[in-house]
Design a protein around this ligand. Structure first.
Ligand code: ZN
Ligand code: ZN
Length: 306
């Protein structure tokens, strides 16, 4: 088991460099920086801190106790070859996630769990990691429940996690890929970059994660011969990780909060630390200083959709 985690982690780290390289070499949109706005929030908070704690909750607190107490001897898939186990969970989970994702876009309550994922104004290999912890808690518990409860081989977990991570980076990556007929089956940036567009024609389209076939089968595919003009949400959304979480329960206005001295001091901690470490240059700003979002050019659409 230790070995497989070593291999999957190495492949994951290597993939990050490959995606960053391909984004520079063949950009979907030119000029997108590696350290784009929100990069550190996605990397530190969503990728490392949030995942670490959610894994403990999902596996140690929910799924393993469930298995031990109720289904300790239930071994439905145990004797299947590993490849079949992985394929089975890959396809069944992807079909589930297609419908749940579609539901999230149609239900006002479920949208609250998903809007953070759409809040990046610039979409790249890392942007997909931004998902509200409630969304991850629901989706990953449902994803790994059958793997653990049906008695899958334990190595299916790191293999599936690696496939999720690499495929997630791929569909969000800013790489200009034309996969031709393959796009009818396998999802990629061509369709998922559009899913993140702040454009009316895709508000209810391209829900597929790994397989695009669901979108083509169920009539929600959108793949025009052009690229999106805008990305992200059509309304103001906080840039701070904790406010992004709080937004689910209360529509907080980050601008107003920044008028409070202690909040501003907390908000400026990160840029100050980065300047201290020399990671951003003097005079270069981010976070609080540049945080006031531009007025959306299509406010009328926002009003119309209320
Ligand atoms: Zn979505
Ligand atoms: Zn996405």
């Amino acid at each position: 088991m230790g070995n497989i985690v070593y291999y999957t982690t190495s492949i994951l780290v290597l993939s990050v460099f490959v995606f960053i390289f391909l984004e520079r070499k063949y950009p979907y949109r030119k000029g997108l920086k590696v350290f784009r706005e929100g990069f550190w929030v996605d990397l530190i908070w969503y990728t490392f801190v949030q995942s670490y704690f959610l894994q403990i909750i999902i596996f140690a607190w929910i799924l393993y106790p469930l298995r031990q107490h109720y289904l300790a001897n239930f071994n439905f898939v145990t004797n299947w070859p590993i490849v079949w186990q992985v394929l089975f969970f890959l396809v069944t989970h992807d079909l589930y996630i297609y419908w749940f994702h579609r539901w999230q876009h149609h239900s006002k309550i479920l949208w609250k769990t998903h809007e953070a994922h759409h809040s990046n104004k610039e979409v790249d290999w890392l942007a997909g990691t931004r998902s509200h912890s409630v969304e991850i808690l629901i989706n990953q518990t449902i994803e790994y429940a059958p793997i653990i409860l049906l008695g899958a081989n334990p190595i299916v977990i790191p293999i599936k996690a690696l496939i999720d991570a690499v495929w997630g980076m791929y569909i969000h990556s800013n790489i200009d890929i034309k996969s031709g007929k393959l796009q009818y089956i396998i999802n990629g940036p061509e369709m998922h970059q559009w899913h993140h567009a702040d454009q009316r024609e895709v508000f209810y389209a391209n829900y597929g994660t790994k397989f695009a076939i669901w979108d083509w089968m169920f009539g929600t595919a959108y793949l025009p011969n052009k690229k999106p003009m805008r990305f992200g949400l059509y309304y103001k959304f906080p840039k701070d990780y904790f406010l992004q979480h709080l937004y689910m329960f209360k529509k907080v206005d980050e601008d107003k909060l920044l008028e409070i001295k202690t909040f501003k001091a907390y908000y400026d901690l990160r840029p100050k630390l980065f300047k201290f470490l020399g990671l951003i240059k003097e005079g270069q700003t981010f976070s609080a200083e540049e945080h006031v979002m531009e007025q959306q050019p299509h406010q009328a659409l926002a009003e119309e959709l209320k």
